[in-house]
Design a protein around this ligand. Structure first.
Ligand SMILES: [Fe+2]
Length: 317
């Protein structure tokens, strides 16, 4: 057997299984915002706080992991840490590998084969540099103590909040790629039933997708702190509410709630300046992310919104 490759493997401690989501909800609100993948973007964070503050009624905001990433500047790191930890939060692989570095885990991303080796290598370098910042700051024990999953109730809908997928912290089962395949679609549909939730909200895989099923919806916000669509610089967060909001990019309905992809329109130029100050040309993060930061990924809103389809009875078992 080959030795594990840092950044490609999923540590055993990341695994929990869909049944872990079966417990009672930890909060009950009319409106829930879920922000995964902030990646240390402090301008997107401010846009998020402003948008959330304007939301009326009973509400909650959950950061579902990878709120740190590019924030190697100690002041940026501290701002992200202190702000996020004032809300509900779950840990992503980034926070886990900062607080409790796993042997051979690298960045903890558990990258699948379709992600190239250079990206994996860059990510391992990024987490090493970020770890050097984090070790100089207080609060690593608070990151270590964050849960891996969270259950909320919005109106009558049960929402399972994870960083990766129904099985593990860094799972790619809720990626737009996996959901494209019949096996992946069927597995996600089965996971909704196993967890007893109407909606799964995830992040981790960096591209957004909102996939409806006969028995629920899987919504992945992509990145709240990076561009998500070609030619657009906005971050995306997930909003689930008993009332539809204004200005969603796209949405779906389930169990009496609206599930929406909400754009975070931050000052992209100002963020690029902050990014360059931390990750100049030639650095790992610049090589992996600058093109996306300025022009967006090769992916469209149209690709992100997906309707339910029929599943062969044998699939996903
Ligand atoms: Fe992640």
């Amino acid at each position: 057997m080959r030795d594990p490759i840092p950044g490609r493997t999923c540590p055993i401690s990341y695994r929990y299984g869909a049944h872990a989501l079966q417990g009672p909800p930890q909060l009950h609100v009319d409106t829930l915002w879920i922000a995964g993948g902030l990646y240390g973007n402090t301008l997107a964070l401010q846009a998020l706080l402003d948008g959330y503050a304007a939301e009326p009624g009973s509400k909650a905001l959950v950061f579902n992991g990878d709120f740190h990433w590019f924030d190697v500047d100690p002041r940026e790191y501290e701002l992200v840490n202190e702000t996020v930890l004032a809300f509900h939060a779950t840990r992503g692989n980034v926070e886990t590998e900062l607080a409790n570095p796993g042997e051979q885990a690298g960045c903890g991303c558990a990258y699948p084969d379709w992600v190239g080796d250079a990206t994996v290598e860059h990510s391992n370098h990024i987490v090493e540099r970020l770890r050097a910042t984090a070790r100089q700051q207080p609060g690593l024990d608070r990151l270590a103590g964050l849960p891996m999953h969270f259950v909320a109730r919005v109106g009558e809908a049960r929402v399972g909040i994870v960083h990766g997928d129904a099985e593990s912290l860094a799972g790619w089962g809720f990626s737009q790629e996996a959901l494209s395949f019949p096996e992946g679609y069927a597995a996600a549909q089965a996971a909704l039933t196993s967890a007893g939730v109407d909606v799964f909200a995830s992040s981790h895989t960096c591209l957004p997708v909102m996939q409806s099923f006969a028995n629920g919806v899987v919504v992945n916000n992509g990145a709240s702190g990076m561009p998500n669509f070609s030619g657009e610089t906005c971050g995306v967060v997930t909003r689930i509410s008993v009332e539809p909001g204004d200005g969603a990019l796209y949405g779906a309905q389930r169990s009496g709630v609206s599930i929406e992809a909400v754009p975070l329109r931050y000052d992209a130029r100002a963020w690029q300046t902050r990014f360059l100050a931390q990750w100049p040309p030639g650095s790992s993060a610049h090589r992996s992310y600058w093109e996306r930061m300025t022009n967006g990924p090769r992916y469209s809103r149209k690709q992100a919104l997906r309707v339910a389809r029929s599943v062969p009875a044998s699939a996903g078992r």
